[in-house]
Write a protein that binds this ligand. Sequence first.
Ligand SMILES: [Zn+2]
Length: 266
Amino acid sequence: MFKDLKSLINLQKIDNELLKIDELKGDLPQIVETLEKNIANLERELENDRSREKEIILETKDLEGQIEDNKEHLKRYQDQLYLVTSNKEYDALTSEIETVRQNIDTAEYKILELNEEMENLKEAIKGKDLTLKDKLNEIKFRREQLEKTNEKTNDVQEKLMKNREAVVKFISLRYIREYERVSKAKNGLAIVPIRQVFEEKVDKKGNIEYIPAQVSCGGCHTIVPPQKVVEIRSGTNPIRCEFCGRMLYWDEHASEIRSINEEEFI
Ligand SMILES: [Zn+2]
């Protein structure tokens, strides 16, 4: 076996365990992160909505004040209307009255618009409050789940990481680089055992015999040519799958697969 192979195999076994831990946590870390962002956004929106609510109240009060003032003017002008003696004065006064009436109309219309905005805003706040409550409940639940999983796995993970560091020291840099590159590209699997299928054959006398049949890559299942299998089994040189580029090795337990050739039973 070439010097680095055993360590590379060990490294892959450690990484497989680490992958299992990640799978156990599933999407929980991302779910919690997304929830945190959603909650922060909702809180920001609610804060904006509430300050707009206050603004609307102030704007409405201001407009109501304007209406009151204008109504007073209107009353005064209307009273004066009875006292005018010239047409010029009359025209000037009616034009003032018209302006004041328009001011009142505009302010009342604005108040209506603000009322409508306020109604929509209250509705939106109600909805966002409910969503926020849901999200807060969910994040509490998810955080507890993650906490529990972390409690279970943190020690194991830490040990595995320490073992990993120790194993990596025994591997030449070029193989480590290759390992990391392939692992990243191939779902965390950089080195895999080949799969040698032995087909069960039963002769006419009923004797069972296992015939070595195809050999394939344990990662992508591409057939490995027989001359390569000999080299892989000797383990003297690094041999890679022609299709997926993963390094291949022979594993006493995982590589032999006994299958039943059903045709023989017909
Ligand atoms: Zn392959």
